[in-house]
Design a protein around this ligand. Sequence first.
Ligand SMILES: Nc1ncnc2c1ncn2[C@@H]1O[C@H](COP(=O)(O)OP(=O)(O)OP(=O)(O)O)[C@@H](O)[C@H]1O
Ligand SMILES: [Mg+2]
Length: 443
Amino acid sequence: MQQKVPQKLTQKLLLVEDDPALQFTILTALEAQGYEVDAASTTGEAIERLGNYAYPIVVSDIYIDERTGLDVLDAAKRKDPLCSVIIMTGRGTVETVQAATRGGAFEYLAKPFELDILFDAIARAEAARTDTEAEAEEEQLPESVMIGSSSAMVEVYKKVVRVAPTDATVVIEGETGTGKELVARMIHRLSLRAKQAFVPVDCAAIAPSLLESELFGAMRGAFTGADRDRVGVFEAANRGTVFLDEIGEIDKSFQANLLRFLQEREIRPLGASRSKEVDVRVICATNRDLQRMVDDDKFREDLWYRLNTVRIVMPPLRERRDDIPLLARFYVNKYNGAYNREVKLMDSGVQALQDYTWPGNVRQLQHVIERLTILADRIDRDSVFDALTAMESRDKPVETLADVQEDKIREVLAATGGNKSKAAQILGIERKTLYRKLERMKL
Ligand SMILES: Nc1ncnc2c1ncn2[C@@H]1O[C@H](COP(=O)(O)OP(=O)(O)OP(=O)(O)O)[C@@H](O)[C@H]1O
Ligand SMILES: [Mg+2]
């Protein structure tokens, strides 16, 4: 679903940081806060960007290359004397602070700092600007934005940044809803293949007998029902990235095929006499413990070694509870915007969300907040408990349904624009149950 997230600033913010991991961390955190950010890795790039656009706020490292953040400060001030420049440095001295202050820097932050301190500085810079600026425009965040500034997530970001520009095969492990697909998309987006296709394949959803033709293609007549040549995913995604989701579900004979492909980078469509070379990057994901499957002889060890070159393990949400308030705020904003609501997130609500164990991880949190934004007046301790209880009992649809008022169903349907799958999800009941109910309601 495409949704709009309200932006705080009318204009973009410029981030100048040469350390790619740190740049990524700050960029991601700022985007998660709703800012639109341009990033530069060199002073030259920063000064060029400043020539083209009057950024109201610039966040810059000080030691970058042969020139420094002070040159960036100078360029920003020349473009727009009202520009607020926030300088960050890991090697602060009296002299640099003094030079930054003389140059008109708005704030000077010593690294390492908590992201909240940066957010606070930016908020103050915004407040300092006159309110002549137009109302904040609504703009869309890139879909792959990742939220979380816990150390566990920063470790993930670092790996993502390091591995993205290589063609290495990556395996992403983690419980359901921890963001495996999001990470795969992020790797693609930051890779040299970003402009090419990203093709997800859910290996669990494709019958084992069809997986081979799906991935490698098939010539007309290769099997009954093959009435035309079919291009396989690996060929269709040539020069791009293929995301093999639920890799733990493929059977052993296909594991052998996949291993051969990863070694030779050649495909031979079913029924074809020759193989062709393809250039694809493979990223896999699974919520199974592959090592254990290897031990149990359910997953080929040689394939596991092949995939295991780079391994990213997504932390479950309950192991990074500090990120819950951040995520909650993000989703409350998002769904308030999407459903035209003004539901407030109370401290007691944040606390209740933080106390829960989240077996369904971020996806579950997202659904709970979506549901609350539509059904609750405010997100506090009680409404969080109600929502969690309703979700936990979703396997007993008839009982849940008995409690659900018909006008609530109407309300949710209206809010989702008549989308019944979405409505069923929010109400915590199965879709067919909703259909039955709607029939009875003569809707
Ligand atoms: N760190 C995060 N920040 C923001 N949204 C997130 C984050 N992690 C996950 N999400 C959101 O949670 C949902 C589930 O994420 P995703 O599909 O990537 O999970 P998954 O690990 O692939 O789950 P599954 O194993 O069930 O397929 C998505 O809507 C995604 O946008
Ligand atoms: Mg997934």
